[in-house]
Write a protein that binds this ligand. Structure first.
Ligand SMILES: NC(=O)c1ccc[n+]([C@@H]2O[C@H](COP(=O)([O-])OP(=O)(O)OC[C@H]3O[C@@H](n4cnc5c(N)ncnc54)[C@H](O)[C@@H]3O)[C@@H](O)[C@H]2O)c1
Length: 325
């Protein structure tokens, strides 16, 4: 573990970044060298990055997203200041051929021994429920299954733990477009309504328990559920993380106040569609439609993988709070 608090980390970083030959241009926001070039693109900068203490990352879950993130950390982590300290999966056989023996964590309860700065959950909401509080007491926590936060008790517990321990609960924007804008509208008090519709091929849904009784994979378009995100999360925990991220961004509406709809459409063989409709009290409104290429049967659209990777690189400590990234 870096072994320093957030403020110490910032100070250390600032010292490492300081180079009298480079100045900060307040207009461009860039660190500039003598010829006005962006220092961050220079070899000097890359050298400085590699000299900094890397951020130690633990990955919980080795399914599609876990494998993708582990591979990127292993191939690109060094130059970006990330290093892998453990990977956990409930079935370790899956890890054996792809992850060095010393990086395999056999018992998730032992995670603290690895001294991770950031722990990424890409597994299942149940793991957030069972280990989230413990993890946040020790490290920043990037929660890939934010649908777990639809449980108001767990939501409150995680927020409190983040505050008590000065750790950040990161929520990746995933397939959500405009999450930061929604958060800004929310924080300004202007946000009135938020509606999200996710449409996918029926093979891309993983519903549990209470799915509608007339659910079939027959041809055509069918609304499977329409209601609050709070009601939807327990029914389709693996399909509504985007809606959960939106409900966290729109904290004043919360899971009960944000409306969601999931639609099964056999015409959607090549992509998922996420539609977001935002309205504000003053008449301002935004509608977005996001097409995320996805193979038949894929729960996660392909652009979401890269989005997770970008989110991970932002997890450098934002204090004891929830942060959409
Ligand atoms: N935030 C987002 O936008 C977003 C996008 C895609 C996926 N997700 C979520 O991220 C998580 C991982 O997604 P994925 O596509 O890699 O899924 P996946 O099914 O490919 O992998 C999940 C892994 O977790 C394991 N697992 C499943 N249930 C478990 C349980 N109860 N306890 C312990 N291990 C369990 C599986 O064996 C597998 O190794 C899922 O919860 C998914 O819903 C979130």
């Amino acid at each position: 573990m870096c072994g320093c608090s957030d403020s110490e980390w910032v100070t250390k970083s600032a010292v490492s970044y300081f180079n009298p030959e480079h100045s900060h241009n307040p207009l461009s926001g860039k660190l500039e060298g003598a010829k006005g070039t962006d220092w961050r693109k220079s070899e000097d900068f890359r050298d400085t990055m590699t000299e900094m203490e890397p951020i130690r990352v633990g990955v919980v879950g080795y399914g599609h997203l876990g494998q993708y993130l582990v591979e990127r950390i292993q191939t690109e982590g060094t130059k970006l200041g990330l290093t892998l300290v453990f990977v956990w999966n409930r079935n370790t056989d899956k890890l054996r051929d792809n992850v060095a023996q010393e990086l395999i964590l056999h018992n998730l309860s032992d995670f603290a021994n690895r001294g991770a700065d950031v722990i990424v959950e890409v597994c299942h909401p149940k793991v957030v429920k069972d280990f989230g509080v413990q993890i946040l007491s020790e490290a920043h926590f990037l929660v890939g299954s934010p649908s777990a936060l639809s449980d108001p008790h767990l939501n409150q517990q995680l927020r409190q733990t983040a505050e008590n321990h000065g750790k950040t609960l990161y929520v990746p924007s995933g397939a959500l477009w405009g999450g930061q804008d929604i958060q800004r509208l929310n924080d300004s008090g202007a946000l009135k309504t938020l509606f999200i519709r996710m449409s996918k091929h029926p093979s891309c849904f993983r519903l549990t328990g209470d799915e509608p009784s007339d659910w079939t994979e027959a041809k055509g378009r069918r609304v499977l559920f329409n209601g609050s995100v709070a009601e939807l999360c327990p029914i389709a925990p693996n399909n509504v993380n985007t809606m959960a991220a939106a409900a966290i961004a729109a904290g004043s509406l919360g899971f009960a106040g944000v409306q969601g709809e999931i639609v099964s459409d056999t015409a959607l063989c090549d992509y998922h569609v996420v539609e977001v409709e935002v309205t504000c009290a003053n008449g301002f409104s935004v509608n977005t439609v996001r097409k995320n290429p996805a193979k038949l049967g894929a729960v996660t659209g392909s652009a979401t993988y890269n989005s997770f990777w970008s989110s991970l690189q932002l997890c450098k400590g934002h204090g004891g709070r929830v942060h959409l990234c």
